[in-house]
Design a protein around this ligand. Structure first.
Ligand code: NAD
Length: 496
């Protein structure tokens, strides 16, 4: 199967110089070839978006909202088809794919309210007969560059708001699972979005670099690993663009001695191993505050043993394979490095039974205990089904550990003490905090974003920050003379 770009409202008909393999991670087989764009292919998409912007920026708020409502209905009606595409290229199980689409739908629903969201301010008589008001206008062509781990949701964190605000978009999805983006493009076309408003170019660094350099691209929303996020932010801003670049994570879940340990163990397992740990909000470190360590590790191990790992298309599977063989091998290497650094390998994922093809990119859930802060299994973002337990003597030591970490995406505290939870949410230097909630992804009418090395820029994704990011504000100061007084400004009426 060939997977190609979507430019100007239709599938690209050009010939690509380079292509990349796309895999079915559950079988290890190549399932398609994706075209990898050259700079000139990116320019073609940007030109289509630029031409479409001249008209789309004048589309009425009603028209924009109507397209979003129609897109929302189509996405909802076709969500089973999209889930199938996601599972086939990413590997996550059906329920995870369905969950991703549900969160994407919420982001679309937010953008349906665009007439309300774009209301400006108005001050009558700022000076005598002088009115001042603000309007929010679109930027132009915006680039969206997304990671492999949420091939539908992450593009839809940005695209609906960008389009509803009057911009046009060039999306460069991950080359590892590119088909979901083309599916979204077809749905947008069916929803009545004019040609050229939403374009997809597939590719790698070459395509990303051209998006960052093309002067017609006015803003870039990026999500991916921290080194690339930093590069995109620095390069894009150097080229005069507005950039938000969301990076990697190492999310800690602190368990206090008074916590409900069954609840905490359930949460650690679902947040640690859901989507095979390939989530930027996955829990990768459990911080066990003395004396809960032994009991908590026991409860987590018991639950891991019961996890059904296999082909995401098979009923009942709770965790699928990793996205590629290369990524699986990299994650595997941490099992040896953790053990040789002195951590206790409590559960070795290599021994877990797999309900799937032997050639798939498998690694079962893995648990390390007594992990030290200087070990690479603690310092690196592994992005796989490897959960580390760090034991600390006190609440203060837990806060110190989390705050010292270079990442600041998400964190959670499990406790029955409201005062401790309130103190934690106040003291912790992390962008998204859960209290007895392991994966605190904000709902679509808040915004999503981490601190420190987890986000470069000053805007978070979607919600109110999304509308601000995709618009610029203009303030108008206006004076109209009153025609009933011969155009002369008489000040206050004399006979009123
Ligand atoms: P990645 O950084 O490898 O790739 C992200 C995007 O950048 C892809 O479109 C890719 O084609 C492009 N890219 C890759 N290498 C590049 C280079 N050298 N120059 C320019 N562009 C390049 O990330 P990934 O492996 O696809 O996704 C996983 C990462 O994304 C993890 O680090 C995860 O934490 C992060 N992530 C973060 C969030 C968040 O909201 N903070 C959400 C999802 C994923």
């Amino acid at each position: 199967m060939r997977i190609t770009h979507w430019i100007g409202g239709k599938a690209w008909t050009g010939v690509s110089q380079r292509t990349g393999d796309v895999y079915d991670p559950a079988t290890g087989q190549v399932s398609g070839q994706v075209d990898l764009a050259r700079a000139s292919d990116v320019d073609e998409a940007v030109n289509a978006a630029h031409e479409a912007f001249a008209r789309w920026r004048h589309a009425s708020l009603t028209q924009r909202a109507n397209v979003m409502f129609a897109f929302r209905e189509l996405l909802n009606a076709r969500k089973a088809d999209l889930a199938e595409i996601i599972t086939a290229e990413h590997g996550k199980v059906r329920s995870d794919a369905a969950g991703e689409i549900q969160r994407a739908l919420e982001a679309v629903e937010f953008a349906c309210g665009i007439p309300q969201l774009l209301k400006g301010g108005f001050s009558e008589n700022a000076s005598t007969k002088v009115d001042v008001y603000s309007i929010q206008q679109p930027l132009g062509v915006v680039g969206v560059i997304s990671p492999f781990n949420f091939p539908a949701m992450v593009p839809l964190w940005f695209v609906p708001n960008a389009i509803a605000c009057g911009n046009t978009v060039v999306l460069k999805p991950s080359e590892k699972d590119p088909s979901a983006s083309n599916f979204l493009a077809e749905l947008f076309a069916e929803a009545g979005l004019p040609d050229g408003v939403f374009n997809v170019v597939h590719g790698d660094k070459e395509a990303v670099d051209r998006i960052l350099e093309n002067p017609e691209v006015k803003a870039v929303s990026f999500v991916g690993s921290t080194p690339i996020a930093r590069y995109v932010y620095e390069t894009g801003t150097r080229h005069g663009k507005r950039v938000q670049a969301l990076g990697g994570a190492k999310n800690h879940m602190v368990v206090l001695p008074d916590a409900d340990l069954d609840l905490a163990a359930d949460a650690a397992v679902s947040a640690g191993f859901g989507s095979a740990g390939e989530r930027c909000m996955a829990i990768s470190v459990v911080v066990a505050v003395d004396p809960v360590g032994d009991e908590l590790v026991g409860k987590i191990s018991e639950r891991i043993a019961g996890l059904h790992v296999g082909d995401g298309r098979r009923p009942g599977c709770e965790m699928g394979p990793l996205v590629t063989g290369a990524h699986r091998d990299k994650v595997l290497s941490y099992l040896d490095s953790g053990r040789s650094a002195g951590a206790t390998l409590v559960v070795d994922g290599r021994g877990h039974s797999i309900d799937g093809d032997d050639a798939g990119f498998w690694l079962g859930p893995t648990l390390f205990d007594h992990v030290g802060e200087d070990m690479s299994i603690y310092t690196d973002e592994i992005f796989g089904p490897v959960l580390s337990v760090v034991r600390v003597p006190s609440y203060d030591a837990a806060v110190e550990l989390v705050n010292a970490n270079r990442y600041g995406n998400g964190t959670a505290i499990f406790t029955n003490d409201g005062g401790a939870a309130r103190r934690y949410q106040n003291e912790i230097e992390i962008g998204m905090v859960g209290v007895n909630v392991a994966i605190p992804v904000p709902v679509s009418y808040y915004s999503f974003g981490g601190w420190k090395d987890s986000l470069f820029g000053d805007s978070h994704a979607y919600g109110p920050d999304g509308v601000r990011f995709f618009t610029r504000t203009k303030v108008v100061t206006s004076r109209w003379l009153d025609p009933s007084h011969g155009g002369v400004n008489l000040g206050f009426p004399q006979n009123s």
